[in-house]
Design a protein. Structure first.
Length: 203
């Protein structure tokens, strides 16, 4: 029986030694620690801008409609310049083209007025819409001055007005592009949602 004593002493000493744990008590392996490592990536993903509200989408669609009308204004005033370049000038065609231009200018005013009505309070595009409003009043006056008089039209003066309007319409398009960016600066526009909204807005 004597040989057992050293063995018992050895087993007792071994049992008193610390054993590696299979639990997640180790901070480096704990679920809490692993989750914390993922949080920065998740937080970064959550910093993206939220989707635009329906009110902002409606305003954006209205501004886009105004830009489309301004494209028509620019194309029509260019056509009017081409009529003025004729020799002899077709007075009937001139009158029809000027009337068409006036219609686009008046439509643009209606669209802008509607945009101002529906713009959400505090939206960054509001100031730009006011800038468009002032420009449109000047454009309306110039367009009306191009109406065919009873004794014909002053071609030189009309050409100068046409060139002024070309610049004004180009500037208006640029301003409304900035208005569109400002209107949606704090949110993201879904392509599908934006296109659907644009189709649903009628002026």
């Amino acid at each position: 029986m004597k040989p057992l004593l050293p063995l018992l002493t050895f087993l007792s000493a071994v049992s008193s030694l610390p054993h590696p744990s299979l639990s997640t008590a180790n901070p480096a392996l704990s679920s809490t620690s692993l989750l914390a490592r993922e949080l920065p990536t998740e937080a970064a993903a959550n910093t993206t801008a939220s989707s635009c509200s329906q009110a902002v989408l409606a305003l954006a669609a209205g501004i886009q409609a105004n830009i489309a009308d301004q494209d028509n204004e620019l194309a029509t005033v260019t056509a009017l310049g081409n009529v003025l370049a004729q020799d002899p000038m077709d007075l009937t065609l001139y009158a029809a083209t000027q009337a068409s231009l006036l219609g686009f200018v008046q439509k643009g005013i209606q669209i802008r007025e509607q945009n101002q009505k529906i713009a959400p309070a505090g939206n960054a595009a509001i100031a730009g819409l006011a800038t468009v409003a002032m420009a449109q009043m000047a454009e309306l006056s110039l367009t009306m001055s191009l109406a065919l008089a009873a004794n014909g039209t002053d071609v030189i003066k009309a050409n100068a007005t046409v060139e002024t309007l070309k610049g004004d319409f180009k500037g208006g398009i640029k301003q409304n592009m900035m208005n569109l960016a400002a209107a949606t600066a704090n949110c993201t526009m879904s392509t599908a949602t934006g296109s659907t909204t644009a189709k649903s807005v009628a002026y």
